[in-house]
Design a protein around this ligand. Structure first.
Ligand code: NIG
Length: 393
């Protein structure tokens, strides 16, 4: 494979140091990659020779966004629910069962097509790597088929059979818990990497969440938890007790939660588009960051609470509403996302790492927040391959 050099990059963000929230900027930078791997990073003046040259004058290059929390496998549409919310209704976990019904009705090809359209949107807005959860099937067959379709697009797949108790088990929650523990967890082994639980009023209690997550841990899955989305509970303490890799949402938290997240190195994955789309109060990211917590930003793309694939949109909202600095938000959407997936190789641009990057038509990375709603992406590369180019349809 020929080597390619990006050079004259006005601003090159590398995230190369191990210190959290440091974006490690190089002015007039250059990146050499070959066979999908970054070979060299530095200043244009020192760049080695290459077979192909891409001139990035007046452009910014950043590591590709790592979207560590999505629910892309679903059928149906919930725009009416969104419209009702904008007219004053509040969000509740109940809407999930509507999507469950539509997902069960959908064919494999319909689910695949829906996911691939959303993934094309992701590439066009600079995402190069993403996690996908199941959670709208809620039968053994529908959860496993969701995971298998998800695996066609990503190796970072999460079993979220504990999204809500499906309607047919409403009178016998324990039977649904047994189905998850005794049948779904063993069947998901080798397909899913993570298990996640929606620990919330209207979904799963702390005790139920502990039962499922402990069983998942015993099976060797890494753990995630939807924690403190609608109200504060002891879900972050549960994440600490079981050494989860991330606690997601964390819309509500107190000082004890901050200490638990920091001491146990659990990434807090904040989901700005969710508060935006559910008309909820935003969490204060600065409190988490000042408390030593590593924070990720993700889209939470799903048809109910957050129907966006755009990480730049999430960055803009995070900066405007959650007290992130622009540098912190950019780090959280790249390196933070990778850490939330237990992956230290992605989310940065360094020799020997994957050539996952985005070229932005902007003179400064600040434009990611300064120009909300404007797609600045010129091109997106994943493992050195062009997956989106503005010039090419
Ligand atoms: O992360 N909170 C649980 N799951 C999704 C919402 C799912 C839905 O409303 O369909 C979330 O917000």
């Amino acid at each position: 494979m020929p080597s390619t050099l990006l050079r004259n990059i006005k601003q090159l963000v590398t995230n190369s140091s191990s210190a959290p929230f440091q974006i490690d900027l190089i002015e007039d930078g250059a990146v050499l990659f070959e066979d999908g791997i970054v070979k060299w990073v530095g200043q244009s003046a020192d760049a080695p020779d290459s077979d192909i040259l891409i001139d990035c004058s007046n452009q910014v290059v950043i590591p590709g966004f790592v979207d560590s929390h999505t629910h892309l496998i679903f059928g149906g549409d919930r725009s009416a629910e969104f419209a009702a919310r904008m007219a004053g209704e509040s969000y509740s976990a109940g809407g999930i069962n509507f999507t469950v019904e539509k997902t069960r009705e959908a064919t494999d090809d319909e689910l695949r097509l829906n996911a691939s359209r959303l993934i094309a949107e992701m590439y066009s807005s600079g995402t190069t790597h993403f996690e996908i959860k199941s959670g709208y099937g809620l039968t053994l067959e529908d959860e496993i088929r969701s995971l298998k379709i998800a695996r066609e697009f990503s190796e970072d797949v999460t079993l979220m059979a504990a999204h809500v108790v499906p309607n047919e088990y409403a009178e016998d929650r324990n039977a649904y818990l047994s189905l998850i523990v005794e049948q779904m967890l063993p069947a998901a082994k080798g397909i899913a990497k993570f298990v996640d639980v929606f620990c919330e009023t209207g979904a799963f209690s702390i005790e139920e969440s502990r039962t499922i997550l402990q069983a998942a841990k015993n099976f060797g899955f890494q753990l995630k938890i939807h924690a403190n989305q609608l109200s504060r509970s002891n879900s972050v303490a549960l994440a600490s007790e079981l050494s989860a890799v991330s606690a997601d949402h964390v819309t509500h938290f107190n000082d004890e939660d901050i200490k638990n997240l920091c001491d146990n190195e659990i990434v807090a994955t904040l989901l700005p588009a969710t508060e935006f789309s559910t008309n909820s109060a935003y969490p204060d990211a600065k409190r988490l960051i000042n408390g030593g917590v590593k924070v990720a930003i993700a889209t939470n793309c799903n048809p109910g609470s957050s129907f966006t694939t755009s990480m730049p949109f999430c960055i803009a909202v995070a900066v405007r509403e959650m007290n992130f600095s622009i540098e912190e938000a950019l780090w959280a959407a790249t390196k933070g996302g990778a850490l939330a997936l237990g992956d230290s190789s992605r989310g940065s641009l360094q020799a020997d790492g994957p050539a996952d990057f985005v070229i932005l038509d902007a003179p400064s990375y600040v434009h990611l927040a300064y120009r909300p709603g404007v797609n600045l992406v010129d091109s997106t590369y994943k493992n050195g391959e062009l997956v989106f180019s503005k010039g090419k349809k």
